[in-house]
Design a protein around this ligand. Structure first.
Ligand SMILES: Cc1cc2nc3c(=O)[nH]c(=O)nc-3n(C[C@H](O)[C@H](O)[C@H](O)COP(=O)(O)OP(=O)(O)OC[C@H]3O[C@@H](n4cnc5c(N)ncnc54)[C@H](O)[C@@H]3O)c2cc1C
Length: 289
């Protein structure tokens, strides 16, 4: 199929983009990398009258670490750019690793970090990485600018806190804890596919006690939004992340994770896979602490 006809414009400022999105006369949609939107247009799952290309807005092309040590990634920053950036690789390696699981180089060369977050496919890697890393989302619209926490940003499948007349302008990652280790692992049918199920783990080490001080465990492909599992985190906190603690965390997954069946896998397969992934990811994360 071919898309229905639409107009295209590439504004130079966020203000211009927002006023185009807020125009009630015609339905406008943001296009960033186009790696999800263009297929949706071709399948006529989306029929906007106007595409607002945000990749020519200079301030959105910025990736930097601010004076408080936060990593700030603008809405036009491509996934490949972020994954190759030294500040990202050194300070937020989980994010770089998660990007590495997205599709293929051609997709990552065009797709943006914020586009994946705004699109919010529940099997996508970046929403899960963002929740594991406690990201903040800066949203600008006709009513001003607001910042939303990761736990409030992902509302439902393909739905986020960004309204139709708003723009996700930036995602902000706070500095991770000093003594932390991480892992991002997923099950896929073929390399480059969306995750059948995946997990992001961040463990903070109490260096004096030699135990886990804090843990974040977040799954993708396990529900309509990225799923954080406090019971699995509780099983790890205070432990030495050894075999017993990892087994307890895996039991928490089997008891508490409620994925769905679909054409790719049964719920049971996903749950079992998630438990195995978590055991392995905890081992890796602890070694990296
Ligand atoms: C063959 C193929 C394989 C893929 N494999 C994977 C994979 O394994 N894992 C994975 O996670 N993804 C995968 N993707 C999707 C890819 O990561 C997309 O790049 C991403 O989902 C969307 O980013 P984008 O910049 O291309 O956004 P676009 O396609 O331009 O936009 C996607 C949606 O988000 C909205 N949007 C985009 N940016 C903003 C913004 N700043 N503010 C508000 N709304 C915005 C658009 O209006 C649109 O509705 C794959 C895509 C393809 C084509």
């Amino acid at each position: 199929m071919k898309p229905t006809s639409f107009d295209y414009t590439a504004p130079n400022t966020v203000g211009e983009a927002v006023s185009l999105l807020a125009d009630e006369e015609r339905e406008a949609k943001v296009v960033a990398g186009g790696q999800s939107l263009i297929p949706m247009l071709s399948m006529r799952l989306a029929r906007p009258e106007l595409l607002v290309d945000i990749t020519r807005i200079p301030e959105l092309g910025r990736l930097h670490v601010d004076e408080s040590g936060n990593l700030r990634i603008g809405a036009a920053v491509r996934q490949a750019h972020a994954a190759a950036d030294n500040a990202v690789r050194d300070g937020w390696p989980l994010l770089a690793a998660a990007i590495g699981h997205i599709g293929h180089p051609q997709i990552r060369n065009r797709g943006t970090v914020c586009g994946s977050l705004a699109h919010h496919d529940p099997a996508a890697e970046l929403p899960t990485a963002a929740l594991a890393l406690d990201a903040r989302f800066v949203i600008t619209g006709p009513r001003g600018t607001r910042t939303v926490l990761a736990e409030d940003f992902f509302v439902a499948t393909f739905s986020t806190a960004v309204d139709a007349d708003e723009l996700l302008t930036e995602v902000v990652f706070p500095p991770p804890p000093a003594h932390h280790g991480w892992a991002f692992e997923e099950l896929t049918r073929r390399h480059g596919d969306f995750a059948t199920v995946g997990v992001a783990v961040v463990l903070e080490r109490d260096t004096a006690a030699g135990t886990v001080r804090t843990a974040r465990v977040v799954f993708c492909g396990a529900g309509p939004v990225p799923v954080r599992l406090p019971a699995a985190e509780d099983a790890l906190v205070g432990s030495d992340a050894g075999e017993q603690a990892r087994a307890a965390a895996a039991r928490a997954v089997l008891a508490g994770l409620t994925p769905s069946d679909d054409v790719h896998a049964t719920a049971e397969y996903r749950r079992e896979g998630a438990a195995h992934l978590l055991v392995h990811a905890c081992t890796t994360a602890w070694e990296r602490c």
